[in-house]
Design a protein around this ligand. Structure first.
Ligand SMILES: Cc1cc2nc3c(=O)[nH]c(=O)nc-3n(C[C@H](O)[C@H](O)[C@H](O)COP(=O)(O)O)c2cc1C
Length: 474
């Protein structure tokens, strides 16, 4: 397995490399080699004959750090090296231009435009690109993974890569296939509610740029399950006529705000019935912090009838079995996580999505007064990473491979995704990192992930699922 980054710079096996990439090393998919730099390094690396592989997530022109493996000569022992590199010419010119464009857009839109408006503009451009025939073909050839090591078969479908777009980006199922062209193997649309609703008053989405995080209190703004079902049906009919493949589309459902808790099951069941025919899988969302009382539905005595009702609705909706998952909050305590896991097994659910956003605000770089002034909402992105991973590990040790675990929360680098895979996730999802890193990011993440799997001796990413967790001997 590839080594972890050093915790201490005094560890003699670690050193820092600095250097620029030579023009002939420009190759968009290949590892970047720093041979010349290694030879200039102190003792331990002077004896290295190794090419060092650069795994880190970098944008052209950026400086970055990464983890590499050097093979010592003579003797054949393996040494881990930590390195810093300046990557000036690592991308082909098209990618460089696109990355530069995104940086420019990021600077202009993200700094000066309200985040929700920026979202609509950005998503509009993606959908537009998806409608231009030549361009959509180009995008899919370039960005959709074609590496067999990334292919995942799960929940009755096959995806070209394990990375999907998390719920909330495409709430109304306006353009899952355009998002698929960017390299997402699956897109989870929603959250959809049985009745259409406007969501909370704006502003309701905020950036914490210094933390690479977002706070949102959108409140399930959506045009309703029926409208999305019609849109997804039309899309399927169009694809059938043209013989086109569609991106795997999960559908995430939640409770309509004005519906009282006592009628929640009926409300979810209405959505499930409407959407059963168009969902590759269905997620019951009981973990958004922005609908009052919603997260109380995670309590097992409320969750049991709700999930059982949705399962029954899916089963009676048609001949195809729709996989059912539940999405949980990172703020549950250990006993509640275990209880939901046990319930999911008991009801023969297919999986769990872990996790949604957090209501906690710990460990942020943004000053507390600024954060406080933004008000209530769910925090997503880098600060959520460790807690989401912890929840995932707990779930895996509880359920082993009896449920499909989908990781969500703070996934930003190939290393983050790799950790989730080792911790038991079959699929990984992200939202916030896509906002911060742009349209080439899904491709970069998955290319890096394939490399990490190979370096660790796995033929495919899927082979590695859960290999980093010891099962609970219960
Ligand atoms: C603006 C925004 C809206 C979201 N809306 C939903 C939603 O409607 N339903 C849901 O289940 N999760 C929603 N999420 C949570 C994401 O799906 C994801 O679980 C969470 O953001 C953690 O992943 P990330 O750190 O990669 O963003 C939303 C997240 C953001 C940032």
């Amino acid at each position: 397995m590839a080594p972890s980054p050093p915790h201490s710079s005094t560890d003699p096996r670690w050193t820092t490399l600095t250097g620029a990439i030579r023009p002939r090393e420009r190759n968009r998919d290949q590892p970047i080699t720093l041979r010349k730099v290694i030879q200039a390094e102190p003792d331990i690396l002077q004896k290295s004959n190794a090419a060092v592989t650069f795994h880190s997530l970098l944008t052209c022109g950026d400086a970055g750090t990464g983890v590499g493996v050097g093979t010592r000569w003579p003797g054949g022992g393996r040494y881990a090296v930590s390195m810093t590199a300046t990557v000036g010419t690592c991308c082909p010119s098209g990618a460089r231009r696109l990355a530069a464009m995104y940086k420019l857009l990021f600077t202009v839109l993200f700094r000066h435009v309200d985040p929700e408006t920026a979202h609509h503009l950005g998503f509009g451009l993606i959908r537009l690109a998806g409608r231009v025939p030549g361009l959509s073909l180009l995008l899919s050839r370039w960005l959709v993974p074609r590496d067999d090591a990334l292919r995942v078969r799960t929940l009755g479908f096959e995806v070209p890569g394990p990375l999907g777009l998390a719920a909330g980006f495409d709430k109304d199922a306006l353009g899952p296939d355009a998002l698929g062209l960017l390299g997402f193997g699956h897109v989870e649309v929603g959250t959809l509610t049985a009745g259409p609703q406007p969501g909370n008053p704006r502003p309701r989405l905020f950036r914490l740029t210094g933390d690479r995080a977002l706070i949102n209190r959108m409140g399930f703004n959506n045009a309703g399950a029926a409208a999305a079902a019609r849109r997804l049906e039309r899309r399927r009919a169009r694809a059938d006529r043209r013989g086109r493949r569609l991106v795997v589309t999960g559908v995430n459902i939640g409770k309509t705000k004005i519906v009282p808790e006592a009628e929640a099951t009926e409300d979810y069941v209405t959505s499930a019935r409407l959407l059963a025919g168009v969902a590759d899988y269905l997620v019951v969302n009981v973990s958004s912090p922005n609908t009052p009382g919603l997260r109380d539905l995670q309590a097992v005595e409320k969750l049991r009838p709700l999930l059982a009702g949705v399962r029954a609705a899916l089963d009676s909706a048609g001949p195809h079995r729709v996989p059912l998952l539940v999405k949980i909050a990172p703020d549950l305590d250990d006993a509640d996580i275990d209880a939901v896991a046990d319930l999911a097994l008991d009801l023969a659910l297919d999986g769990i999505v872990a996790t949604n956003t957090t209501v906690t605000r710990g460990g942020l770089r943004t000053d507390a007064a600024t954060v406080e002034a933004l008000g209530a909402g769910g925090l997503s992105g880098a600060p959520l990473r460790d807690r989401s991973l912890e929840v995932l590990r707990r779930l895996r040790s509880r359920v082993g491979d009896r449920l499909v675990l989908v990781a969500s929360g703070g996934i930003e680098t190939p290393e983050d995704a790799w950790q989730r895979i080792l911790a038991g996730a079959t699929l990984v999802q992200a939202y916030t990192a896509f906002i911060y890193h742009g349209p080439l990011w899904p491709r970069r993440l998955q290319t890096g992930l394939a490399r990490l799997a190979r370096d660790a001796g796995f033929a495919t990413v899927q082979e590695a699922v859960g290999t980093g967790v010891t099962p609970d001997p219960r």
